[in-house]
Structure formats: structure tokens, C-alpha cells
Design a protein around this ligand. Structure first.
Ligand code: PLP
Length: 503
């Protein structure tokens, strides 16, 4: 019998938001991908496949992606927003935020559901390119775009570059002129709205690195300079107010301020901007405390806001675009871990069962980085033991290496059990690291009957292969060491060529 069963006499009190479970084996369906359930033995299943089999065949830790669930969310977002904006007399477009989680399979899937892709680095651009995404449906963001990134975007024929600073305006214009093209650009505006999980702050000032300030007049001045550039096609204004937003109220103010600026640009500069992008940040449910609006409701509220803001300025309705990331991929992936060790710890206000698994902050940094809350379930068996508030931790050399801060699990969880953590699709794999020289888990996609990697797991051989040792080049003018492969070179090679060489 594990020593801790007798140990938990006075449990640490749970956080107020965490309800005592009626059945600690049961799943809360709203936290899991659509095809996930538990069978009679208490094993978690995805599209009928038992995760015990997946862990045995594909290893652990493992990110498990429900492909149909991801496509369903993408389609649901596109349909909801298209319908709501058609009802007010305009169009809505959605760009999937690549930074939340990108691989070629996901790029293909979201594109097939009618989404564009929002990128912010050469790496993300190259994945979208390799996936065969139409460049006209791709956008490039970033507060510090390299010449190489701008060149790649223009050579590929990107749909829009979102300008983020004054110095970028002549740089993009010069790159376009050098190619004999016109670069489609939008202007990122900071509107003084900062969204937080449960509320938002509307201010005049914003002390952060993105965009150009509406309040200071920089945004209008940037618009003037863009409009004056012959090789820039000024497409519209962009605003992104934050992430994990549950209410439409933060977007209300952002939309009103952006549409007001658009009206001023029309009257004072004579430029009629066809598009407004209100960014991403649509929240998801990580635990029972999160209450996001359904896409359809959010879409209707935002359409109403845009309609009334345009009415107030007398302006024509713009095409409106959005950039959801987390809301598309977040709930579609869960992480599967194996328990290696458990420990009862005296917290000072009671005892807590610590459950250590074979991953941690290298595959999910959000708990440590953002104080995020996650949920979890025991995934390999039913238990009739009492529920206990546990903490799921990783294997890294940090006390902050926490994956799930508070959750009820059966108090007999022990070495060899499987723990599944839902809603790890966004900003987990994409923010993962090799901390402690831990290989990053692969992403295994389940699509009904079919199972296959979309990102293969790293191995210790990969980690050793990156380590060149100190092997100076014989000729000091050679910058790369003899044993290391040459870094991939610039964006001067056309995309098609790159695609054929990298496939
Ligand atoms: C991060 C980001 C998004 C996506 O945010 P989510 O919270 O994942 O929806 C969209 N647009 C921009 C500009 C971003 O920086």
C-alpha cells in the first residue's frame, strides 16, 4: 500500500473555485476534445482508442491531438463569424494564430476550413509555405521583422504585412520597390485596452512594445506615412488587445477606437481603408472557473459593436478579420504523462499529495509563466479511493515546475498510472524547451480510426547531435564549424524552390 494513503489526514484546503467531485473518475466534457471519453475500466479513450495503448505504443509524455475536434473548432469559428458579419452587411475573415501551435498538418487543416494563417517569424512563414497554404491568406506580424522575413513574405506573395513601427514603413516600401511590387500592409494600433482573464482595463496609454499608440498620435502619423508610400497598399488597421478573453467588452472599446481612427484617416488623408482586424484572444475553458462565450454569441456581439461604431462615424462597414489561436487548437490537444513518484508534503495548512510525472515545465510552461490553472484526470483505470486535492509536478530541477496546481484525483494514484491534462494545445508545444536536456514530446494526431505523428518526438540522439563540441574551422574566415551543418540561408531563394528542397 502506498505510504501516502495513511498520510493525508488533514488535506490542504482546495482553492475556492475547485468543487469537490461527485465522481472523481468522471470527465467534465467541456474540458476535453469531442471524441474523448472514459470506458468502463476507467481508461481514457480518444475516438475509441485507449490512451493506455497510445502510451505503450508511442511513449510518454505525449501530446495527443484530436484532428476532427480541431477542424470542427476552425469550421465553427469561420461559420459563426461569417454569419454574424454577413447579417450586418459585411464579411469576416479568420486567420489562425500560428504561434499558438503550428505544424504543416494543422496549417493544412485550418486552411481547408477557410482560415488564413497569421505568422510572426520566418520559421512560421516557412511552415505555412511548406504546408502549401495560399500566401494571399497569410499575414506577417512582429515588432522586429528581419529583412529576411520581409523579403520572404514579399517573394512568396503574402496577403498582408502588419506594420508595427515607424522604421518598418520605409523598410517594407524599399523591399517592395526593389521587387517591383506593392506590399499590402496593415497598421498595428495600440488602442489602450488591456484584456485580462475576467476583466479589461481601458487606458489612454500602453506601456508595451507592440504597435503604434492611438493616444500619442503616432498611429495617425504612421498612417500618413504609409499612405504616402507609393509601394505600399494600405489595407487597414489592426488591434490585438490580449488573450484568454471571455467577454466582448474589451473588444467593444478597441473596435470603437479603431473605427474612429479609420474615419479620421478617410477625412484627413482621403484613404478609405477596406479592412479592420480585431486580433485574437478568444478564451477557452481550462478549468470549471473559465466561462468563455460560444463562438456564435461572441461573433454576434462583435458584429453589433462594429455596426454601431461605423454608424456613429458615418463610415462604411469594413471587412473585419480575427486571429484566433488558442480557441482553435487549445482544447484539441491533451498531454498524457506517466506517474513516476508520489509524495505527501506538509504545507503548513495541511497535507498535499504531490504527483510527479515524466514531463513538466519543458512541455507546459504556462503554469509557471502565467500562473495558469489546468485540470487533469487519471487516465488508465477507475479508482474507488477518496478524492484528494493533488498537485501534479514535473521532473525538472525547479520547485516552480508545476503542471496542475490543484485538482482532485483519487488518493491512490501511484507510480505507473497515467495522468491526462486537457487543453494543452495552445502555447504548450509551441513554448516547449529542452530544459534539463529533456527531449520534447511528439504530437500524435488521432483522426477517427487513423493515428499518426504530426510532429515526431525528439530523442536523446537529437540532443547529442546539436552539441558540436568545440571544433573550430581550419580557415578562420569560415564561420561555421566543420561538423555543424550550414545554417539555412536567406529568403532570396524563391519559396517554390525552398518547398521542393525542404519537402
Ligand atoms: C497571440 C496573438 C493572437 C492569438 O491569440 P490567442 O489568445 O491564441 O487567440 C492573435 N493575434 C496576435 C497579434 C497575437 O499576438
Amino acid at each position: 500500500m502506498p505510504a501516502h494513503i495513511a498520510g493525508i489526514l488533514h488535506a490542504t484546503p482546495p482553492p475556492v473555485w475547485l468543487p469537490y467531485p461527485e465522481d472523481v473518475n468522471a470527465l467534465m466534457p467541456s474540458l476535453w476534445p469531442r471524441s474523448v471519453a472514459k470506458n468502463e475500466a476507467g481508461e481514457l479513450t480518444i475516438a475509441g482508442h485507449r490512451v493506455t495503448d497510445l502510451a505503450r505504443d508511442y511513449g510518454s509524455p505525449l501530446y495527443v491531438l484530436d484532428a476532427a475536434d480541431l477542424r470542427h473548432r476552425a469550421a465553427g469559428f469561420v461559420t459563426s463569424f461569417q454569419q454574424a458579419f454577413a447579417a450586418i452587411g459585411t464579411e469576416a475573415h479568420a486567420y489562425y494564430a500560428a504561434k499558438s501551435f503550428l505544424c504543416t498538418a494543422v496549417a493544412e487543416w485550418v486552411a481547408a476550413e477557410g482560415m488564413g494563417i497569421d505568422t510572426c517569424t520566418l520559421g512560421e512563414l516557412m511552415v505555412a509555405c511548406q504546408a502549401g497554404v495560399d500566401p494571399q491568406t497569410v499575414g506577417l506580424h512582429g515588432n522586429n521583422k528581419s529583412d529576411e522575413e520581409i523579403a520572404f513574405a514579399l517573394d512568396w506573395g503574402i496577403g498582408r504585412i502588419v506594420v508595427d513601427s515607424f522604421d518598418e514603413i520605409p523598410r517594407v516600401a524599399a523591399a517592395a520597390r526593389a521587387r517591383g511590387v506593392t506590399a499590402p500592409v496593415m497598421l498595428r494600433v495600440t488602442v489602450g485596452v488591456e484584456a485580462h482573464t475576467h476583466d479589461f482595463i481601458a487606458t489612454a496609454h500602453e506601456d508595451q512594445k507592440f504597435g503604434l499608440s492611438l493616444h500619442s498620435g503616432d498611429a495617425f502619423e504612421a498612417a500618413r506615412r504609409i499612405a504616402a508610400e507609393e509601394h505600399l497598399d494600405f489595407r487597414g488597421l489592426h488591434s490585438h488587445i490580449g488573450s484568454q478573453i471571455f467577454e466582448s467588452s474589451g473588444f467593444d472599446i478597441a473596435a470603437a477606437r479603431i473605427i474612429e481612427l479609420r474615419a479620421r484617416i478617410l477625412t484627413e488623408l482621403g484613404v478609405d481603408l477596406p479592412e479592420v482586424d480585431l486580433g485574437g484572444g478568444f478564451g477557452i475553458r481550462y478549468t470549471s472557473q473559465d466561462t468563455p462565450l460560444p463562438f456564435s454569441e461572441m461573433a454576434e456581439r462583435l458584429a453589433a459593436v462594429v455596426a454601431s461604431a461605423c454608424k456613429a462615424t458615418g463610415a462604411q462597414l469594413p471587412v473585419v478579420s480575427f486571429e484566433p489561436g488558442r480557441a482553435i487548437c487549445g482544447p484539441a490537444i491533451f498531454t498524457l504523462y506517466t506517474v513516476g513518484s508520489t509524495k505527501v508534503v506538509d504545507t503548513g495548512s495541511g497535507e498535499r499529495l504531490y504527483i510527479a510525472v515524466d514531463g513538466g515545465m519543458s512541455d507546459n510552461i504556462r503554469t509557471a509563466l502565467y500562473d495558469a490553472d489546468y485540470s487533469c484526470t487519471m487516465a488508465n483505470r477507475r479508482s474507488e479511493s477518496e478524492p484528494a486535492v493533488v498537485r501534479v509536478v514535473g521532473k525538472h530541477c525547479e520547485s516552480g515546475d508545476i503542471i496542475v496546481r490543484d485538482e482532485y484525483l483519487p488518493n491512490d494514484v501511484t507510480r505507473g498510472d497515467l495522468i491526462a491534462v486537457p487543453d494543452t494545445g495552445a502555447y504548450c508545444r509551441s513554448l516547449s524547451s529542452n530544459y534539463n536536456h529533456v527531449p520534447r514530446p511528439g504530437v500524435l494526431a488521432v483522426d477517427g480510426e487513423q493515428i499518426g505523428w504530426v510532429i515526431r518526438p525528439e530523442t536523446h540522439a537529437d540532443i547529442l547531435a546539436w552539441d558540436t563540441g568545440f571544433a573550430p574551422a581550419a580557415d578562420p574566415s569560415e564561420t561555421t564549424s566543420a561538423s555543424a551543418p550550414a545554417p539555412t540561408t536567406g529568403a532570396d531563394a524563391p519559396c517554390e524552390e525552398r518547398r521542393s528542397t525542404t519537402r
